[in-house]
Design a binder for this molecule. Structure first.
Ligand SMILES: *Cc1c(COP(=O)(O)O)cnc(C)c1O
Length: 389
């Protein structure tokens, strides 16, 4: 059966060059990087090379990169670490309504434990207002956390502007850049960022590895104590094969980004235009043009359930995701779509198609051929659709 993967915002396949390199560090150079003997030294060398490769993709210095178990841990380390290190200075935190749960839930945990939290709203395109942010800043604000690009609707935030404001007021600025890494140019210096989260498995590296950029001179508290690895900021024997794979994935992303993005944008726009012209009563969620990630398509299709859509697509070999998250047995519509002002019903009928390196024109043609048929069939079964027409 033909299989088309359109869920690259959830995770990506590991690049064969990355996998091959990692094998060496499972089978041959398996030493502990803290060991002084040959086996350890070989791994240490490769680990530091990986640190340079990650740093280079975001214009950081290698010493500013701390490896973690992924984007989630890096978000937690940034936010909890900053909150703890600065708690004497103030207890007010600012974030946005469309953050990943790794940020939102960490913020809400802190808000239940003595901190105060402002959650900024977004407009109908999923973008925050810098003016609203300025108004939210207080004398006791210690941290602002705003994602670079959203994982559901692909909206890109004005991080440079926010960075400037935060730096002027001496407020720490954290950016979750998991979705933008390798897709948008990232320059931590130009962006005035203090803390920046990246993850390996969204850019064709292995799962379970990520990193936090911590600007030189910025002090945050560790979450994990032990053997003093990663300059005491993240103890525990390093996941060497994973980190080395992540480094390689960053190097490849840097080389391929420009060319790859042109093709992604072309396929993305063909898919969006095709859906709009072939299916009635659909709405594109998120901004158009260059305020949107090159690989993100998100549409609400009225009178169909996102989950039914996903199951039907899956039966035809098409892997996508919906705007509902199945938590504890009930289907909650996406907090991102709700924050953008969508009704529960419309949010439930939403579909995310996220493109990647290996998608082809034929993949898009196949989706455009099958999706309208599925929608017709599901709408045939919907009493609401018949009533409205
Ligand atoms: C995937 C993702 C994360 C979590 O990263 P993991 O490496 O899976 O823990 C955090 N933020 C955003 C925006 C993401 O898309």
């Amino acid at each position: 059966m033909r299989r088309i993967y359109l869920d690259h915002s959830a995770t990506t396949p590991v690049d064969p060059q990355v996998a091959e390199l990692m094998m060496t560090y499972f089978l041959e150079y398996y030493g502990n990087p803290s060991s002084v003997h040959f086996f350890g030294r070989q791994v240490r060398k490769a680990l530091e090379e990986a640190r340079s490769q990650v740093a280079s993709l975001i214009n950081a210095n290698p010493a500013e990169i701390t490896f973690t178990s992924g984007g989630t841990e890096a978000d937690n380390l940034a936010i909890q670490g900053a909150a703890r290190a600065r708690s004497k200075k103030g207890k007010h935190l600012i974030t946005t309504a469309i953050e990943h749960h790794a940020v939102l839930d960490t913020m809400e945990f802190l808000a239940k434990n003595g901190y105060e939290l402002t959650i900024l709203p977004v407009d109908e395109e999923g973008i925050i207002s810098v003016e609203e942010l300025k108004k939210a800043i207080r004398p006791d604000t210690i941290l602002i956390s705003v994602m670079h690009a959203n994982n559901e609707v692909g909206s890109i935030q004005p991080v440079e502007e926010i960075g400037k404001i935060a730096r002027e007021k001496d407020i720490l600025f954290h950016v979750d850049a998991v979705q933008s890494l390798g897709k948008l140019p990232i320059d931590v210096k130009a962006m005035n960022v203090d803390l920046l989260t990246v993850s390996s498995h969204k850019i064709y590296g292995p799962k379970g590895v990520g990193a936090l950029y911590v600007r030189k001179g910025v002090k945050i508290s560790p979450l994990v104590f032990g053997g003093s690895q990663e300059r005491k900021l993240r103890s525990g024997t390093e996941n060497a094969p994973g980190i080395i794979g992540f480094g390689k994935a960053c190097e490849l992303a840097g080389q391929r980004m420009e060319e790859e993005n042109k093709e992604l944008v072309r396929l993305r726009d063909k898919l969006m235009d095709g859906i709009i012209s072939r299916i009635d009563k659909v709405k594109i969620n998120g901004p158009l043009g260059d305020k949107r990630l090159p690989n993100n398509v998100n549409v609400s299709i009225n009178f169909v359930e996102g989950e039914s859509l996903l199951l039907s697509l899956d039966m035809l070999g098409i892997a996508a995701s919906s705007g509902s998250a199945c938590t504890s047995g009930s289907l909650d519509p996406s907090h991102v779509l709700l924050a953008m002002g969508l009704s529960h019903e419309v949010a439930h009928g939403s579909l995310r198609l996220s493109l990647g390196r290996h998608n082809t024109e034929e993949d898009i043609d196949y989706v455009l051929q099958e999706l309208p048929k599925i929608v017709d069939r599901l709408r045939e079964m919907s009493p609401l659709y018949h009533k409205a027409n």
